[in-house]
Design a binder for this molecule. Structure first.
Ligand code: ATP
Ligand code: MG
Length: 415
């Protein structure tokens, strides 16, 4: 066989709807995660990790067969042992499963937070991916409206600290307790039945399986019918009304602005009381940046004890896209140019001390010594340190803003 050097090995292409990240976007992504990690600690949320893979039943049973996610978006496969596995399309169901199987009831109320990749078989487009990432916060085992309010204040502070709260609105609704919801649902079915002929194809299916979902239909055909449907207010029990009032009172006390959106539903059967979305008009069709609600029926639907819970999730990519251009300063504190190879050991001692003192530092010690200073100057940093020998003496010249140079000088002086 002749060796054909020109025959190239084809490079496997990435899976559609996945992203590689480097540079600016990767920095933005990391900034969102770091800010989340800092803020969740302020609210006493514990870090939690759950598997990327779960038995398919975890999602099929909890999300319900009629949701978009379960009916057409799940990445499910049979593994080598013949078990049906699904790549998690969301965090909540996996966390609820973990709560039951680990007996975490003993820690109730349990406040947890996590972030990581999720998978949905969607049509890829700007801001919509097949592997995407979310921040997630949940409170398991609390039936207090204070938990809902605190969770929302946490979300609000996160968006403020990310600098994207402007132009983002918290929209809020209540889905009531089981009694309110059932009465409302019956009234909705009656209303939609009367307009059956004018509903979209999708909404006709929803009418049988999940009528609440027609309320937030994006189909123009459905909008007038959805907009004229009755609000839940006339059907709220006094307990459900008190609960909603307590949530909004908590928000008002914390100074969090909110708007009622009586059309907002989280379509799943296990949702109760609070439902919310933080929406923006800056992302075109993908306007929801953070969404969640109270899901008192979920853990029971997974075979656990009746457990009230509330939570939210936010798409990291969407938050990263909303960050202002100037929020990320990825400049190093300092760069060292080693202008004389005989000073390499000293320069390595300096850089170790700098990093040991929490200063992000890089070193330029290769290539022509005469060119190293210019090379170092091109690396974005707050200070530039030139280390070399003059008249047989070691020097370390520091340039940069005075506070930082004073700090660096103090570090080098004691070496
Ligand atoms: P949408 O109406 O945009 O499909 P959803 O109701 O499916 O949203 P959730 O399941 O509530 O979304 O997820 C919460 C957040 O996760 C969304 O507001 C969004 O920021 C993000 N998200 C959801 N799906 C994707 C995706 N395919 N790609 C990127 N981010 C996503
Ligand atoms: Mg979706």
């Amino acid at each position: 066989m002749s060796k054909d050097k020109s025959a190239k090995i084809p490079t496997p292409q990435p899976v559609r709807g996945t992203q590689d990240m480097l540079g600016d976007f990767a920095d933005r992504f990391a900034h969102v995660v770091e800010t989340f990690e800092r803020v969740r600690r302020l609210y006493g949320y514990k870090r939690i990790e759950v598997p990327v893979i779960e038995p398919t039943a975890v999602f099929a049973r909890s999300l319900g067969e009629t949701t978009d996610v379960v009916s057409k978006e799940m990445y499910s496969f049979e593994d080598r042992g013949g078990e049906s596995i699904t790549l998690r399309p969301e965090f909540t169901a996996g966390i609820a499963r973990a709560y039951i199987t680990n007996g975490w009831q003993q820690f109730a109320p349990l406040k947890v937070a996590t972030h990581g990749p999720l998978f949905r078989y969607e049509r890829p487009q700007k801001g919509r991916y097949r592997q995407f990432h979310q921040l997630d916060a949940e409170v398991l085992g609390s039936d207090s409206a204070l938990a809902d309010a605190e969770l929302l204040v946490f979300a609000d502070q996160l968006l403020k600290e990310l600098g994207i709260a402007e132009g983002v609105t918290l929209t809020l609704n209540t889905l009531g307790d089981a009694a309110s919801r059932d009465a409302w649902r019956a009234a909705l079915v009656e209303h939609f039945e009367a307009h059956r002929g004018d509903l979209s194809e999708d909404s006709l299916t929803r009418l049988d399986k999940n009528p609440l979902r027609i309320l937030d239909s994006k189909d123009a055909k459905d909008r007038p019918i959805a907009d004229s449907a009755p609000d839940i207010d006339a059907f709220l029990t006094s307990e459900a009304r008190d609960f909603f009032d307590a949530v909004t009172a908590g928000l008002d006390a914390a100074g969090v602005a909110w708007e009622r959106n009586a059309r907002l539903v989280r379509g799943l059967d296990y949702y109760r009381h609070t439902a919310f979305e933080f929406v923006t008009d800056r992302l075109g069709a993908q306007g929801t940046v953070l969404a969640g609600g109270r899901y008192d029926g979920l853990i029971e639907a997974l075979g656990g004890p009746p457990t009230p819970a509330v939570g939210w999730a936010a798409g990291i990519e969407r938050l990263a896209m909303l960050l202002a251009d100037d929020v990320i300063d990825n400049r190093l504190d300092a760069v060292i140019a080693v202008e004389d190879d005989s000073q390499l050991a000293f320069a390595l001692k300096v850089i170790a001390a700098m990093r040991g003192n929490g200063l992000a530092t890089e070193i330029v010690a290769t290539g022509s010594p005469r060119k190293r200073f210019d090379k170092a100057g091109k690396i974005p940093a707050h200070a530039l340190i030139a280390i070399g020998t003059r008249n047989g003496e070691t020097y370390a010249n520091i340039r940069g803003d005075s506070e930082l140079t004073t700090k660096i000088d103090a570090i080098i002086r004691v070496l």
